[in-house]
Design a protein around this ligand. Structure first.
Ligand code: NAI
Length: 287
């Protein structure tokens, strides 16, 4: 097993919570880690170097290799600088974990453009910018690993998280196409929806529930998806509290109309159209 030994892995938002655990895990497994974190608050305000520096110190003190980056993933320039740090320090980049995230919760009725844009910029644009900056290296070396942090709020919906859910499911859409386009160059892309006790969830769920969700249950799955041996691509996993589940889209047989039907005819067949008792994994009919 060569695992992630000597692989250069960027973990965004690695100054705390899940990202810190991902960074510590892959460093322990022999990866050279770029610990990226803007160092701000949960809502994305502020910035600082202390968070990323502390995780780099933890890794180096334990005998591992790591470098800090304080760039924001939310801009193309920040992502370019982040990837440059990896290349300047360790020669290339083999894997990216797009984990950086913020929250600006509020019901859709009260959602303003600033809350919408800020969340889309860090999660969806962040995943896009960083992966795009790393992509030429992946193609050149015929090896690349992308893990996106998605969320059950995107996969299934959650009150007050329209912006966050849209961004998180956008990342799954991105993974679907990266898996197809990356295949020729042995670039694998997957998404993980974690469930873990972090500053992001500390006031969302009861303490006794969060107690069972240390980030250490999530990081080994992310670590595995970064390994040389993994062949998994285009998949989504929900991981937390010891449970590791795959989530996928399915489609039913549906109904076939020989001619354009009337609205009434659609209504008549509605129960067959929506019946999920006989489904197969969904495919792009145009792909
Ligand atoms: P966290 O708040 O501890 O970690 C997010 C990190 O991203 C922070 O350290 C923050 O400073 C950093 N960050 C924010 N904006 C940034 C930017 N523009 N550039 C670089 N870094 C930035 O929260 P947690 O829970 O560890 O979240 C990690 C990821 O997992 C997030 O993408 C989150 O949406 C996702 N997630 C977490 C869940 C959980 O149960 N904790 C559930 C579902 C998804």
């Amino acid at each position: 097993m060569s695992g992630v030994q000597d692989k250069v892995v960027i973990v965004t938002g690695a100054g705390g919570g899940l990202g810190r655990e991902y960074a510590l895990t892959v460093a322990r497994e022999g990866a050279k880690v770029v610990v990226n974190d803007l160092g701000g608050a949960r809502d994305g305000s502020g910035a600082g170097s202390a968070m990323a520096d502390a995780v780099v110190k933890e890794i180096v003190d334990a005998g591992g290799e790591a470098v800090a980056s304080y760039d924001s993933v939310a801009t193309a320039d920040g992502a370019a600088a982040l990837v440059k740090t990896a290349v300047d320090t360790f020669g290339t980049v083999h894997g990216v974990v797009n984990n950086a995230g913020i929250l600006r919760d509020g019901s859709f009725a009260k959602m303003d453009d600033a809350a919408w844009d800020a969340v889309l910029q860090v999660h969806l644009y962040g995943g896009y910018h960083v992966t795009r900056a790393a992509w030429p290296y992946f193609r050149e070396q015929n090896f690349g690993r992308v893990v996106m942090a998605t969320s059950t709020s995107g996969l299934f919906g959650n009150f007050g998280q329209a912006n966050y859910g849209a961004a998180k499911l956008g990342l799954v859409g991105l993974v679907n196409t990266l898996a197809i386009e990356g295949a020729r160059n042995k670039i694998l892309a997957n998404a993980v929806a974690p469930l873990a006790a972090t500053r992001m969830t500390e006031d969302i769920a009861p303490a006794e529930f969060l107690e069972k969700l240390p980030p250490t249950f999530v990081s080994p799955v992310v670590g595995y998806l970064l390994t040389e041996e993994s062949t998994e691509t285009g998949s989504v996993f929900v991981v937390g509290g010891g449970q590791v589940q795959r989530v996928a889209q399915f489609q039913n047989e549906g109904v076939r109309f020989a001619e354009p039907p009337s609205v009434g005819l659609v209504a008549e067949r509605w129960s067959e159209i929506t019946d999920l008792s006989n489904v197969t994994q969904g495919k792009n009919p145009l792909g």
